[in-house]
Write a protein that binds this ligand. Structure first.
Ligand code: BG6
Length: 484
């Protein structure tokens, strides 16, 4: 791998501490980093290089998957880090940054390959990208790349505006939009599961599938993010990005040629085919909820409206369920249900694919549906539910065959994604078109929520969400699987 500079905006922030430094360390530990690398942290507060290196070391010791077992190795790693104070709006600071970047490039004899990671609030994205251009930081003889985190806009219009501004400084193929769900190993495995297994590939279509259910439930509440979350809700925080990305990854058909371009193109085709909902019809296909007080694993939990920083009258959605239709020849007529919520009964992200139940014609007894269950997190496993006769009692019973992976050995999402970005592989980053089309689908829902065109169902903390979300499936003769 060629040498490079990794410039981190927001280096004193929470994401850097919890995810980015540990990911960089794990990559270094596993020899997945260029031999020569210069890492420059930027933040508003004053800090010496050695203090910054200390901060990085502490974060690694607290959050890294890999144990720090060798002092020399750690010192060599920390030696790559430098710190500079930067005010995102101050053009002079970018001039200073350019000097530091060039100085390190010549000290370490590394080519002008520059990665700019924006681990900062979205309101800074445009300013920083434009200042990178203006200051000359972006005029390199090597490559330049920009990594940004969600949220990518608050609605369709603001996302388009943001993209237009970023495009003034970076080309689309230089922009790496992180959706950390795309870094999860089981999501990355979805294509292989389909492509490498004819038994799955042949069955994934409307001939054989009754419905698909995607759940991302969390036990945590709003935590310390009231300011952000109360303005976003589950629809912007989870649905527009993670949920729709899982949907695209599940429903896409593997292209003949596997390349980032082809895969992203297939995903785009899926989201393009998702039937748009009219604002007036949102009520028929979407359920919004908010948690009230309840109990989570034996502990009392306050209602959303009683959380610190949340208005007592907040109408914000902490739960969203929806029914989607993909109007293409593979999936026409198969409902896809998604749901996500805070303060639910368990932390689980999973996909359940229910097969049509044709095998028991003429039999008086109803047999259980075949299910393909893909657990994405926190546990990772795949299982297939079949029916089999129990030799002990002669009864037909559902049985599961499957496999799971030991968590400790699995690289974290950020580790995979940063590794991919360093190598210039954009397969598991969101393309602008995917983001834009996702906003297009979400936009009428935002408007319906804003206009209060559908009820806000309160659900007890620690439950599986409001009963209206169950009715959504019951209307079609289905139920959410694995809810007990
Ligand atoms: C983030 C959301 O993108 O994803 C959070 O902003 C949410 O609200 C988190 O808790 C869930 O991620 P994971 O990896 O824990 O499922």
């Amino acid at each position: 791998m060629d040498g490079m500079t990794f410039v981190l905006f927001g280096a004193t922030g929470d994401l850097a501490k919890r995810k980015i430094f540990p990911a960089l360390y794990n990559l270094y530990h596993d020899q997945k980093m260029p031999q020569s690398i210069s890492i420059i942290g930027l933040g508003r507060r004053e800090m010496s290089d050695s203090k910054f290196q200390n901060h990085v070391e502490q974060s690694i010791k607290t959050f890294s998957r890999r144990v720090v077992d060798n002092r020399d190795k750690m010192d060599a790693f920390l030696g790559a880090f430098r710190y500079q104070t930067l005010d995102a709006a101050n053009v002079d600071d970018y001039g200073k940054l350019l000097n530091l970047v060039q100085q390190r490039e010549s000290e370490l004899n590394i080519p002008e390959n520059r990665m700019f990671y924006l681990s900062v609030g979205p309101s800074f994205f445009e300013t920083i990208a434009l200042n990178i251009k203006e200051s000359g930081l972006g005029s390199t003889k090597g490559w330049k790349r920009l990594i940004i985190e969600k949220p990518f806009g608050r609605d369709l219009e603001s996302a388009r505006e943001l993209n237009a501004n970023l495009s003034k400084a970076f080309e689309e193929d230089e922009i790496y939009r992180i959706d950390h769900y795309l870094g999860k190993s089981m999501i990355q495995n979805l294509g292989d599961l389909q492509f490498l297994n004819p038994v799955i590939q042949t069955l994934l279509n409307n001939q054989h599938i009754a419905n698909v259910q995607i759940t991302a439930s969390e036990t945590v509440g709003v935590e310390e993010r009231a300011g952000y979350y109360d303005q976003s809700g589950a629809i912007r925080d989870m649905v527009q990005n993670h949920m729709l990305q899982i949907l695209m990854m599940t429903a896409m058909h593997m292209p003949k040629k596997i390349s980032p371009k082809e895969i992203r193109n297939e995903k785009k085709k899926v989201i393009e085919s998702v039937r748009r909902i009219k604002k007036e019809d949102v009520i028929l296909n979407v359920v919004r909820g908010q948690y009230r007080s309840g109990e989570i694993v034996g502990q009392p939990a306050v209602s959303y409206r009683n959380e610190p920083g949340i208005e007592a009258s907040s109408q914000n959605d902490t739960f969203v369920a929806a029914r989607l239709w993909i109007d293409n020849p593979f999936w026409q007529g198969v409902p896809f249900y998604i749901r996500t919520g805070k303060r639910m009964a368990e932390k689980s992200t999973r996909i359940v694919i229910e097969f049509k139940n044709a095998g028991h014609k003429g039999s008086a007894k109803k047999v259980a549906s075949n299910l393909l269950i893909i657990e994405i997190g926190p546990n990772e496993n795949v299982s297939l539910q079949l029916n089999s006769r129990n030799p002990r009692n002669g009864k037909v019973e559902p049985v599961k065959i499957g496999f799971s992976t030991e968590q400790k050995e699995v690289p974290e999402a950020y580790e995979r994604l940063i590794f991919d970005a360093i190598r210039g592989d954009s397969t598991f980053f969101a393309h602008w078109k995917e983001v834009e089309l996702s906003w297009e689908w979400v936009q009428p829902i935002l408007e319906a929520f804003k206009g209060n065109l559908l009820p806000l169902h309160l659900y007890p903390a620690g439950s599986n969400g409001p009963s209206a979300a169950h009715r959504l499936l019951e209307e079609d003769g289905f139920k959410w699987w694995l809810d007990d």
